[in-house]
Design a protein around this ligand. Structure first.
Ligand SMILES: Nc1nc2c(ncn2[C@@H]2O[C@H](COP(=O)(O)OP(=O)(O)O)[C@@H](O)[C@H]2O)c(=O)[nH]1
Ligand SMILES: [Mg+2]
Length: 377
């Protein structure tokens, strides 16, 4: 795991005296990505300026009345550890990302969705998109000044409707008027509600900085681990229905376990160490796993029963999931630890694996259902 304990805590997360725009967004495990998205002209750029406590004169992000003018993605490196991205939508960030093979930033750590005007159910898509990518999403309802001439209840009602349509419990009402260069210079900036948002994000970052970094490295690790397991599953699925299947399945499992171990620890396991760990699964209470070792010997060579093949597949999957879980939680490979985790996966795999096939195992949703890719911990 990354250790940042030697780093000083951030003063304010939105301190921007050394901020620089980036023409390309480079990924780094050390930089947190905050992405502000929302319809063009909802006031994203204005909100970002306000979060950074900018005046009209020293504002960083261009603000324009005509829609479409600032449709490009702007990425601001606040410091060596935080990046702020202003973008109409996640698709636009995808296009702007420098690494062509990677469709998107590996991780959005904090998402801010800016909405304005009367509730628009289409914005739900933006929110769902953000929720897919990150743990923490703030919803901002901007331009509350448009309701100044109305009774306060009108604004309340509009916000209530947004909450219902977006399915969220908290919305930050803000006003960020005045950054547009075409605003009458006699009119002052009208900033409201931004301080609460800034304070909440700041506080969250201060308390969760380490967790955020760890959660992103877990996420990347699990993603890679899923790829290894999915490939092993496809292979075992073929092997499980072959006569004298055991040596093939065990070989595939050993390779997957070696790869997973290397992924997590960057150390290789010796053949002996692998066998020792695999043997833990056949000990004591878990001897049903011995089926993987000996099952095919108990059956007549060329009579392949689908139930037995399926069972071999399911046991293999449980074994690999247990392996990942122990590594992820830094637990020792003791018979007790193996047993507890094996049991907890066993029941779940049984139901989730039923009626699925190799095609399903290539889908992220299958692994999400197994809890392997859930972002929320
Ligand atoms: N009335 C009002 N207008 C705002 C507010 N915030 C931004 N605007 C205006 O909305 C227009 C679009 O703002 P901008 O920040 O460029 O939106 P973006 O396209 O989402 O980045 C500009 O003319 C802003 O001055 C606000 O709180 N109230
Ligand atoms: Mg903009």
């Amino acid at each position: 795991m990354l250790d940042h304990s030697e780093n000083k805590p951030l003063e304010s997360f939105f301190e921007s005296s050394n901020a620089k725009f980036e023409s390309e967004i480079y990924e780094s495990p050390e930089i947190l990505n905050i992405v502000v998205i929302g319809r063009v002209s909802s006031g994203k750029s204005s909100l970002v300026n306000a979060l950074l406590e900018k005046t009209r004169k020293n504002s960083l992000f261009k603000v324009r009345a005509e829609s479409g003018v600032t449709s490009e993605v702007q990425s601001l490196r606040l410091n060596e550890r935080v990046r702020l991205i202003d973008s109409p939508g996640l698709d636009d960030v995808r296009v702007a990302n420098s690494n062509a093979t990677q469709k998107f930033l590996k991780r959005i750590d904090i998402g801010v969705l800016v909405v304005d005007g009367s509730s628009d159910a289409r914005q739900k898509q933006h929110l769902d998109d953000l929720n897919q990518q990150c743990d923490l999403v703030y919803v901002v309802f901007n331009k509350i000044d448009e309701y100044d001439k109305w009774k306060p209840i009108v604004l309340e009602r509009v916000i209530q409707q947004w909450k219902i349509d977006l399915g969220v419990s908290q919305i930050y009402p803000t006003c960020t008027f005045g950054y547009d260069p075409e605003v009458n210079p006699d009119i002052k900036l009208d900033i409201r509600g931004v301080e609460t948002l800034r304070k909440d994000i700041d506080e969250l970052l201060r308390s969760k900085w380490q967790t955020l970094l760890e959660s992103r490295s877990f996420h990347e690790f699990r993603f890679e681990a899923v790829k290894i397991i999915a490939n092993a599953m496809v292979q075992i699925n073929e092997e499980a229905f072959m006569p004298k299947r055991s040596p093939y399945i065990l070989g595939t499992l050993a390779i997957a376990i070696t790869e997973i171990h290397y992924l997590m620890s960057e150390k290789t396991l010796s053949g002996k160490e692998i066998r020792k760990r695999m043997a833990l699964f056949t000990a004591g209470d878990l001897c049903e796993v011995s089926f993987l070792w000996y099952g095919s010997h108990l059956e007549p060579d060329f009579v392949l029963t689908p139930t037995a093949g399926r069972r071999a597949l399911s046991l293999s999957l449980v074994m690999l999931l247990t392996f990942v879980e122990l590594l992820r939680r830094n637990l020792e490979f003791t018979p007790a630890n193996v047993k507890v985790n094996f049991r907890s996966f066993h029941a779940m795999v049984k139901t989730k694996l039923e009626n699925t096939n190799a095609g399903d195992w290539q889908e992220l949703s299958f692994w999400q259902a197994l809890g392997m890719l859930s972002l929320k911990k």
